[in-house]
Design a protein around this ligand. Structure first.
Ligand SMILES: C[S@@+](CC[C@H](N)C(=O)[O-])C[C@H]1O[C@@H](n2cnc3c(N)ncnc32)[C@H](O)[C@@H]1O
Length: 297
């Protein structure tokens, strides 16, 4: 099951017309600390309208992938003139990539919509070359506010229980220990963490200047080394494994050759505005820099 943002006003409702400059700023700081500044090819999974795409300025190729065509179209309006960008409508559970073609990947504010995290991580791990970096943000169920609410019995579920909590349909918060274990089982080696958004509290936003809030957050983020009690956690994980074949693939496949049919994983060939898979008979719309792997024609 997929949390469908097709046609949603996410950009204006959640970011532009809401008081979230603090969250946006501190997320950028966390990512800048965890993501290699330069690289060959990066993909953002669940990129939405491309809010964070400027952070990938040091990459030769940037792939923004999302299930929502309409949000991706917004991203394309903003970034589409830059020849480094590709916009890919696809489902994280069925990625349209050959294995090992990415040198880095990010997934920010997305895994809380993912019901089967191991399945999603398996797809992402396969797409990243061994040694490549995956920067993941997840919503932490064991955060200070949840712990206080549980203590005074204003919240029924325990923030200490390891399993994910689905507090609204297709909206999950995760225990850090559970998330680290699932990352490890998917073939990732967790190297660094940052705790973000400790000050995500309405009244603090009203009394403290944004710059002060962001500075305090930047100072608090490295405390993730000792305790993960913030509502938002950022993780740097490296794709483990020695697959020499995959490692060379990342460099050797160029342009559209990185794509595979999400149905069968088999190669595609260009035919006008389509990518066609002879092996499984599927045909996918691919016009300019916009690739649609949501559903075959
Ligand atoms: C809360 S938004 C975050 C967007 C962006 N990462 C940001 O931080 O601005 C969640 C995004 O995840 C996408 N998404 C959710 N499930 C997905 C899936 N299975 N495959 C691809 N994208 C998905 C949604 O379409 C939506 O754009």
């Amino acid at each position: 099951m997929i949390c469908d943002y097709e046609g949603s006003d996410y950009r204006t409702r959640f970011w532009e017309n809401a008081d979230r400059a603090y969250e946006d700023a501190v997320e950028r700081i966390a990512i800048a600390h965890l993501l290699p500044p330069r690289g060959r090819r990066i993909a953002e999974f669940g990129a939405g309208f491309g809010r964070l795409a400027d952070l990938y300025a040091g990459y030769d190729e940037v792939i923004l992938l999302d299930y929502s065509r309409s949000l991706l179209e917004e991203a394309r309006q903003r970034w589409g003139q830059d020849p480094r960008f590709k916009f890919v409508a696809a489902d994280i559970y069925h990625l349209p990539f050959a294995s090992g073609v990415l040198s880095a990947a990010t997934m920010i504010r997305v895994v809380h919509h993912i019901a089967d995290v191991p399945a999603a991580f398996a797809q992402i791990r396969r797409a990243i070359a061994p040694g490549g970096t995956f920067v993941l943000e997840f919503a932490n169920k064991r955060n200070l506010k949840a712990m206080m609410r549980y203590l005074v019995r204003r919240q029924s579920w325990s923030p200490h229980a390891p399993e994910p909590i689905e507090f609204v349909k297709l909206n999950f918060n995760f225990h850090p220990r559970w998330m680290m274990q699932v990352l490890r089982e998917a073939g990732f080696d967790v190297r660094a963490k940052r705790s973000a958004s400790y000050l995500r509290v309405g009244f603090l936003k009203r009394v403290l200047p944004l710059r002060t809030m962001v500075r305090i957050d930047a100072l608090l983020q490295p405390t993730a080394r000792w305790a993960l009690l913030s509502p938002s956690v950022f993780v740097q994980a490296l794709a483990a494994g020695s697959g020499a074949e995959d490692a060379t693939r990342e460099a050797s496949l160029v342009g559209e050759a990185i794509f595979r049919s999400p149905r069968s994983g088999q190669p595609l060939r260009r035919e006008g505005d389509l990518l066609v898979c002879d092996a499984d008979g599927t045909r996918w719309r691919a016009k300019g820099n916009f690739y649609d792997f949501k559903a075959p024609l």
